[in-house]
Design a protein around this ligand. Structure first.
Ligand SMILES: Cc1ncc(COP(=O)(O)O)c(C=O)c1O
Length: 394
């Protein structure tokens, strides 16, 4: 029996939750935000801080470095040296900072679409240009298109690549060979790799991920990696993250840039939560959360497979986000997501916002109780059954 209650129907309405700012009959399953109560060890650490009743500026304790080092060593097989780590308030702030520091306006930055849409913002809002290296989808699997990647890296205007490892929204854990190849091509063509590894802990039970910087000396010395406890433990509101920069020259510049942008100041809740989460107790919670999420995914695959066989759930081992192929119904996932929302109150992310083949996909967040997953599925079933009935009439 589970020690933690993932079945609990947490009520987040009226809490200023971005996700749950919806009407009574509506069900949000879009943004990557968990509905689970976080690990009790995190809540206890925050409570302890609250009890102090004074919330001053904070010094980063050794415990913060040790928590990251211990977690990556033990669970991801990667030895991170203390001096490689820099605190930052978020992964996206760190990406935007790196874009400004390591590229110049109008240069090109590679992203492998479909990919987390905020990457586009970090590029475009800083006056750089997006260069898409679309993922290939063959025999039900996403993979990287290296020929296209090299062509794009060759362009002297291409100076950075933002890698999503594991990938959101497609849920792919990149294998060592693919990462090694990215590292080699990037080095050969003088392209800096920013590896966003925020989803790395949310893999299927028994499946690990490969930290990009751990793959080879080439990957290590030409990369900046961002990691965080925020997706792992469902605490994005606490704004807590870290960058890992093994190469000294890059690190000095990144450190300077994060400080110039004022996104390297540790908040006490952010630090306490990371230290408490990246612990033995945090691991136990995470293991159970991962199993629960995996069961949720299986539930959706089975229920949709039976009732809406036109939707293909792309098989995936990472993230709590399901990538649904709805190409049998539409080439305009935005219009479809809007129609589903209007008719059933179910909020999904339209794949279109992620580029690539997202126009024929929807993203479904299953980091919630099974009861809500079942509710979401029945809304989808109702929508597609009604569509079918209408099509039959017309
Ligand atoms: C790939 C990826 N990177 C970054 C973020 C957001 O990170 P942060 O809140 O630390 O900026 C998300 C959130 O969904 C994400 O999916």
């Amino acid at each position: 029996m589970s020690v933690f209650d993932f079945d609990k129907l947490t009520d987040r309405r009226g809490t200023l939750s971005l996700k749950w700012d919806v009407a009574e009959h509506e069900l949000p399953m879009w943004v990557a935000d968990m509905d689970f109560e976080t690990a009790p060890c995190i809540t206890r650490a925050l409570q302890k801080r609250l009890d102090e009743k004074i919330f001053g500026y904070m010094i980063l304790p050794d415990a913060w470095y040790e928590a990251y080092q211990g977690w990556w060593e033990k669970h991801h097989g990667f030895s991170v040296q203390k001096e490689w780590l820099i605190f930052t308030t978020g992964v996206i702030p760190a990406i935007s900072t790196a874009v400004r520091k390591f590229t110049t306006p109008a240069e090109r930055i590679i992203v492998q679409t479909p990919v987390y849409n905020m990457f586009f913002n970090s590029i475009v809002n800083n006056g750089r240009r997006i260069l898409e290296n679309p993922l290939r989808f063959v025999d039900g699997e996403y993979s990287m298109d290296f020929e296209d990647l090299e062509e794009k890296m060759k362009d002297p205007q291409t100076t950075m690549m933002i890698l999503c490892n594991p990938a959101n929204p497609v849920g792919k854990i990149w294998d060592r060979e693919s990462l090694e190849k990215v590292g080699e091509l990037a080095k050969k063509h003088h392209v800096l790799v920013f590896s966003d590894e925020i989803h790395c802990d949310l893999t299927a039970p028994g499946k690990g991920y490969v930290p990009f910087a751990s793959v080879s000396d080439i990957c290590r010395d030409n990369s900046i990696t961002a990691v965080a406890p925020t997706k792992t433990f469902g605490i994005p509101g606490l704004q807590s993250a870290a960058v890992i920069v093994p190469e000294e020259g890059l690190r000095q510049r990144m450190n300077r840039a994060l400080n110039t942008d004022e996104v390297a100041e540790p908040g006490s809740f952010a630090v306490d939560a990371a230290v408490a989460g990246f612990s033995e107790e945090g691991w136990q919670w995470l293991c159970e959360a991962r199993s629960y999420i995996e069961e949720n995914k299986q539930y959706v695959i089975e229920a949709l497979g039976r009732q809406v066989p036109g939707i293909q759930c792309i098989s995936q081992d990472a993230t709590y986000l399901m990538w649904l192929d709805v190409s049998a119904y539409t080439k305009d996932s935005e219009a479809l997501a809007r129609a589903i929302q209007k008719e059933t109150g179910l909020f999904l992310s339209a794949g279109q916002i992620y580029g690539g083949d997202g126009n024929t996909h929807l993203r479904l967040n299953v980091a919630c109780s099974r009861e809500r997953v079942a509710d979401g599925v029945s809304r989808l079933v109702a929508y597609f059954s009604r569509q079918k009935a209408q099509d039959a009439v017309e």
